[in-house]
Write a protein that binds this ligand. Structure first.
Ligand code: SAM
Length: 270
């Protein structure tokens, strides 16, 4: 099978076990590869994502309990804690970093090992599948984040239902993810050339792992559109921001980033 851009797809050859191993093989090169593949733009998106959530509260004595799902190497968790501490002067807010992959979680642990956040007990790690968060109590989380993770989940709707269950009423679900298609067809064609052509090649040269990076590109193609994903979030029970009702479509339910290469979706548990 080939994609509509004519490149060979490896997804079908990457049977379930192989897909599960993708993140084990990319763990140590993951941060470098992120910079190379996105030309560093993922940093700006992550900064924007965290700023838009304004973690840490000036008023709460207890701080917020944040759950960063598919937290991998701790990129989002670090930004959340920095924002809470430096912008909101909140030294209580904590992040539970959760990931299905022990190697990715290991990279996160390493990164936090010498951090004052670790010493202050403001970060913890949990190996878990986002589709089954039974280790986490109902209505116990203030903010659930997932960045560049959900497109890898097998049962995305189940993960959204788990997000809904663990959040407190008033709690926020927030997702940063690539979109399958840019709005502008010309830009889309250029972007697809880049992602299907250059990214597996960079993966081969830098990480000696072409197939894993080809899988990552293909998983972006298979992810639902912004409209469809907003519908899934609503189906899980969340209220969508800026969304007036069925007849008005889904406008305002998400924010497109950089020509719609990525998008931020949010939902509030009523
Ligand atoms: N959030 C990090 C970031 O933004 O840099 C890491 C993103 S990385 C592309 C995707 C992560 O999703 C990997 O660490 C992988 O192990 C994790 N993952 C994949 N399937 C998962 C699942 N079912 N439950 C939890 N984590 C999962």
């Amino acid at each position: 099978k080939s994609t509509h851009f004519g490149f060979q797809t490896v997804t079908e050859e990457l049977k379930a076990g192989r897909v599960a191993n993708v993140f084990s093989s990319v763990a140590s090169s993951y941060d470098t590869m992120n910079d190379l593949m996105s030309l560093g733009i993922h940093r700006l998106w992550k900064d924007h994502f965290v700023r838009s959530l304004n973690p840490g509260s000036r008023n709460s004595v207890e701080g917020q309990k944040i759950l960063d799902i598919a937290g991998g190497t701790g990129d989002i968790a670090f930004r959340m804690l920095d924002h809470a501490s430096n912008i909101n002067h909140d030294n209580q807010t904590s992040v539970l970093v959760s990931d299905i992959n022990p190697e990715m979680l290991g990279e996160g642990r390493k990164r936090f090992a010498t951090s004052p956040y670790k010493a202050a007990g403001r970060v913890a790690f949990l190996e878990a599948n986002a589709e089954d968060l039974s280790a986490i109590n109902d209505s116990s989380i203030d903010l659930y984040t997932v960045a560049f993770g959900i497109r890898n989940f097998t049962y995305k709707q189940k993960a959204l239902e788990e997000a809904y269950r663990v959040l407190k009423p008033g709690g926020v679900f927030a997702c940063l993810e690539f979109t399958p298609q840019l709005r502008n067809p010309v830009m889309n064609a250029i972007y697809k050339r880049w992602s299907f052509g250059a990214i597996p090649l960079i993966g081969q040269v830098v990480a000696a792992d072409r197939d894993s990076y080809q899988y990552l590109v293909e998983s972006i193609e298979r992810f639902p559109s912004q409209e469809e994903f907003a519908g899934m979030i609503r189906k899980a029970g969340f209220l969508l921001p800026g969304h007036g009702g069925e007849e008005e479509g889904m406008q305002g339910a998400w924010e497109d980033l950089t020509m719609g290469i990525a998008a931020i979706h949010k939902g509030v548990k009523p």
